[in-house]
Design a protein around this ligand. Structure first.
Ligand SMILES: [Mn+2]
Length: 279
């Protein structure tokens, strides 16, 4: 593997508001996403977090959905100040969601935040999507760094109403700041795209078995050469409110605790009986 080098951390950098960050007694919250810094969902999440803490937004400068835990090693990253509604909003990074968390920790924040939140994502991050998601990966990168982290997703791609997800995010963030999370643990939260009065409740779930039924469309470009475009539909594979996608499709907010160690413990004893030898 290529050796990773890290630029020396800047002790004082007028670009980044270290002074302001240091003087607050509020919890310090890093806000990221994978839909890009201009997405509607991150604006709702940032506003909700600003009610309970000192926020720093660091997000990709372009949409990065489906990037999972990708990081940029072969080209430089750029960090630029980003303005929304003529006001400073945060820092845009020319990379992936994981690059954003790494850049925030190495260059932008003077010390690790108390909480990392990611989202609010367009589309569910349940079941197998947990593996594909850049939104979850940003939170997971927080968990790797030992920072409590939560990924928020709104389960729709159309007519999104982020208002309840922002309200719930505030409530859960306060809870996590108070209670903490076990080392290496993050939460993925999926919300139905419903007004508050239609949401049936909150359930703690496990990662379900729902999978994509996919097809790769073939079309011809302007030169008659074929190109391909992946599309699909997430097919529900579970039938219990203990499962993430089932819960959210039935009107519940789904909260799933995750860890990033993928070892299949139940298979260790069996594979040891294979007596694999050095040959
Ligand atoms: Mn996304």
């Amino acid at each position: 593997m290529a050796k990773q080098t890290r630029a020396p951390k800047k002790k004082s950098n007028a670009e980044f508001p270290a002074e302001k960050f240091h003087k607050t007694s509020k919890p310090r919250i890093l806000v990221c996403n994978d839909d890009g810094i201009d997405a509607e969902g991150i604006e709702f999440l940032a506003k909700a977090m600003a009610q309970i803490g000192e926020i720093t937004v660091v997000a990709p400068n372009s949409p990065q959905s489906g990037m999972s835990h990708a990081m940029t090693l072969g080209k430089p990253l750029r960090i630029t100040k980003w303005y929304k509604h003529k006001k400073f909003f945060g820092y845009a990074v020319s990379g992936t969601p994981v690059d954003c968390v790494k850049a925030a920790m190495a260059q932008i924040l003077p010390e690790p935040p108390d909480l990392i939140v990611s989202g609010v994502n367009y589309g569910s991050n349940t079941a197998i999507n947990i593996l594909y998601s850049g939104t979850v990966a940003a939170a997971l990168e927080g968990a790797i760094a030992g920072v409590p982290a939560i990924a928020f997703s709104l389960c729709t791609y159309a007519n999104a109403d982020f208002s309840y997800s922002a309200k719930f995010a505030k409530h859960l963030a306060q809870k996590v700041l108070k209670e903490g999370l076990p080392t290496g643990t993050l939460l993925t939260v999926n919300l139905p795209n419903l007004p508050e009065e239609k949401i049936k409740g909150v359930v703690v779930t496990k990662q379900g078995n729902s999978k994509w039924k996919e097809e790769m469309l073939e079309r011809n470009d302007a030169y008659g050469q074929p190109y391909y475009w992946l599309r699909g539909e997430l097919v529900l594979q579970d039938d219990s409110l203990d499962d993430d996608e089932y819960a959210v499709r039935h009107g519940y907010v789904s909260v799933t605790p995750l860890s990033f160690n993928l070892t299949n413990h139940s298979f260790i004893d069996t594979i040891r009986t294979w007596n694999l030898k050095k040959r």
